[in-house]
Ligand binder design. Structure first.
Ligand SMILES: Cc1cc2nc3c(=O)[nH]c(=O)nc-3n(C[C@H](O)[C@H](O)[C@H](O)COP(=O)(O)O)c2cc1C
Length: 431
């Protein structure tokens, strides 16, 4: 079912991923509309509040000339700046929405960590962050393919949250297996227009608190239906705690620990860079950025993404196709490679101009055989996390980076693989 969704939303050479008849009048607002009387808490009410502000908060804004509206850019990249991912916090003080615009936590109801942990068949932690996706926000531009974007954007956000939580000694653990219906109900979302994507456990384990699942503030979403995406999402749901336990494979290891200050500076400075200088960049630093991107993710599911690198201008490396450890797969003349990368990335310039491009790929048939339909969600999410780490890693070194969409089959042809592209990131010195 998820593979059918995937194939149906592939874009062929010369095609587009955009709804070309959309109008700005119907552009969705990328924030929840909180009632005036909503109960607001300072971000510091939970360890998750400052974490979300640092990793998923607003970093800059500007007026969009075409609409006159203000675009609020966030610490993570989001296709089309449509921000379809919302974050909720569950802690001892209750369950909250992260209000990025108001820099506050908006309380929905009581402490639901007990039932929430049960839904993911995991012990209760000091706090949980739960991410949800709202298809209509990204569907406005990307229609059915927007379902992929939800996972990618959640991934770029999670790359920040995992890294910052590790820097703060919060031992983050990502749960992708949970009983969908239970988690959605605890958040008061309908599971169709808005649905839980992932759960991030933070801080030490605590005794299960008494259940207080009252949910007084309900902020329901609506919008058009996306039958293919809804079918894929329903097919990949888990229906009870036994199914959660049977599916998951807890991964050993923890999130790499980087300097909080260095991370914060990079996240604040990050913004998609699409013009690159032709000067080559140092091979050792490219290897370091790739190593962080490739590092294990502390999750309940094994990695399925393989990253391929097309090297245009890296010191000491001949232009060509490489694996993530910079082992040469096949040399390709630079001009041909640049042309091919730009074309495969939906005929855009930034992948052509970049010093190197990293392509997140997966054998989706093998993912399905090993992890079932749920594995499809993870493949897209993992691609987003690895792409998010690449972007922050690039900014940590003073380079620029931007993600890109693509013509699906053209990427596989460029790399000479049967694997399917999930996402890509272009990286280099700013032009
Ligand atoms: C999954 C994904 C796909 C993207 N695809 C493209 C793309 O094809 N072309 C492009 O110029 N930018 C692309 N971007 C970058 C977004 O447009 C950018 O993140 C957004 O406008 C917000 O701006 P910022 O990254 O500067 O904060 C993509 C970002 C993501 C996360």
């Amino acid at each position: 079912m998820t593979l059918e969704y995937h194939r149906a939303t592939n874009v062929v050479a010369g095609g587009t991923d955009e709804d070309e008849v959309r109008t700005v009048e119907t552009l969705p607002v990328p924030f929840k509309d909180y009632p005036a009387g909503a109960e607001r808490f300072p971000l510091e009410a939970s360890v998750a509040g400052p974490l979300l502000e640092a990793g998923a908060g607003i970093v800059r804004s500007r007026e969009a000339p075409s609409t006159g509206r203000t675009i609020y850019f966030r610490g993570y990249s989001s296709a089309g700046a449509l921000y379809p991912v919302e974050a909720y916090v569950a802690s001892a003080e209750g369950v909250f929405s992260f209000d990025a615009l108001g820099h506050a936590l908006v309380r929905h109801g009581g402490d639901v960590r007990g039932p929430l942990a049960q839904a993911a068949a995991t012990p209760v932690r000091e706090a949980f962050v739960i991410l949800t996706g709202i298809h209509a926000r990204t569907g406005w531009k990307y229609m059915e393919r927007g379902y992929r974007h939800i996972w990618w954007d959640a991934g770029t956000m999670l790359a920040n949250l995992l890294a910052l939580a590790s820097a703060d000694d919060l031992t983050p653990r990502l749960h992708t297996a949970f009983v969908d219906r239970e988690l959605n109900e605890l958040l008061g979302v309908d599971g169709r227009h808005e649905y839980a994507l992932a759960l991030l456990g933070l801080g030490s384990q605590v005794e299960a608190p008494p259940n207080d699942p009252s949910n007084s503030l309900l902020l329901s979403e609506n919008g058009p239906g996306y039958p293919l995406a809804e079918g894929a999402h329903a097919a990949s749901a888990l229906h009870d705690a036994d199914a959660v336990r049977a599916w998951r494979v807890d991964q050993p290891g923890s999130e790499p620990k980087l300097s909080r200050d260095v991370l914060l500076r990079a996240i604040r400075r990050r913004g998609s860079v699409r013009d690159f200088s032709p000067e080559p960049i140092p091979r050792d630093e490219v290897a370091e950025v790739l190593a962080w991107s490739e590092a294990p993710i502390p999750a309940d599911v094994p990695p399925v993404v393989r990253q391929w690198v097309t090297v245009n201008a890296v010191e000491g490396l001949e232009p060509g196709i490489y694996d993530a450890h910079l082992k040469l797969v096949r040399p390709v003349p630079e001009a041909e490679l640049r042309r091919g990368s730009g074309f495969a990335a939906m005929e855009q310039d930034h992948p052509r101009l970049a010093a190197f491009d990293v392509w997140q790929m997966a054998d989706l048939d093998a993912v399905g055989a090993r992890l079932g339909d749920r594995g499809y969600r993870w493949a897209q999410l993992e691609a987003g996390i690895r792409a998010g780490r690449l972007q922050i890693g690039a900014f940590m070194r003073g380079w620029g980076a931007a993600a890109s969409t693509f013509y699906d089959d053209e990427v596989s042809k460029l790399l000479g693989t049967e694997e399917s592209p999930l996402l890509m990131v272009a990286i280099g010195n700013r032009g």
